[in-house]
Design a protein around this ligand. Structure first.
Ligand code: DUT
Ligand code: MG
Length: 143
């Protein structure tokens, strides 16, 4: 599938790092470096604007290396980019580590995965169908 990208950043367009990567890395587009204190969160611009076909979303996800090594993750878990959004893609980072984290221009701070989604028509009912599980959850089958 194809998406349209406008690149207003001073970085290259986002790209897949390996043949089988599902996410393309997003780079920070910054005039000055940002320092994120422990538990601090900030909105990081990318300078990237995309247009997705209807029926597709983009998910912004943390990069595991940064999460593990520095505690840099996303405050919104997974960011959702709607197919009708035409604004700049921004990344809501949070420092879950104890040390300050420096973010410099060009740093690959997150990754973007393009996903097909369904929109549901809602049928309001009085009862749901019975299952073996019923309301069991949250570890009711054991850990
Ligand atoms: O990590 C993110 C999450 C969202 N967005 C942009 C694209 C998305 O289409 C829009 C709205 O995101 P979302 O629906 O998650 O936020 P909201 O708080 O529900 O805002 P809105 O009322 O504008 O939908 O913000 C980003 O750039 N980065
Ligand atoms: Mg919303």
């Amino acid at each position: 599938m194809k998406i349209k990208i406008v690149n207003k950043s001073k970085n290259d367009i986002p790209n897949y790092q390996t043949e089988g990567s599902s996410g393309m890395d997003l780079q920070a587009n910054l005039e000055n470096k940002i320092v994120l204190k422990s538990l601090e969160r900030k909105l990081i611009p990318t300078g990237i604007f995309i247009e997705l076909p209807v029926g597709y979303e983009a998910q912004i996800r943390a990069r595991s290396g940064l999460s593990l090594k520095k505690g840099l993750t996303l405050a919104n878990g997974i960011g959702t980019i709607d197919s009708d959004y035409r604004g700049e893609i921004k990344v809501i980072v949070v420092n879950l580590g104890k040390e300050d984290i420096e973010i410099n221009h060009g740093d690959r701070i997150a990754q973007m995965v393009i996903i097909k989604y369904e929109r549901a028509d809602i049928e309001v009912v009085e009862e749901l169908t019975v299952t073996t599980r019923q309301d069991g959850g949250f570890g009711h089958t054991g850990v």
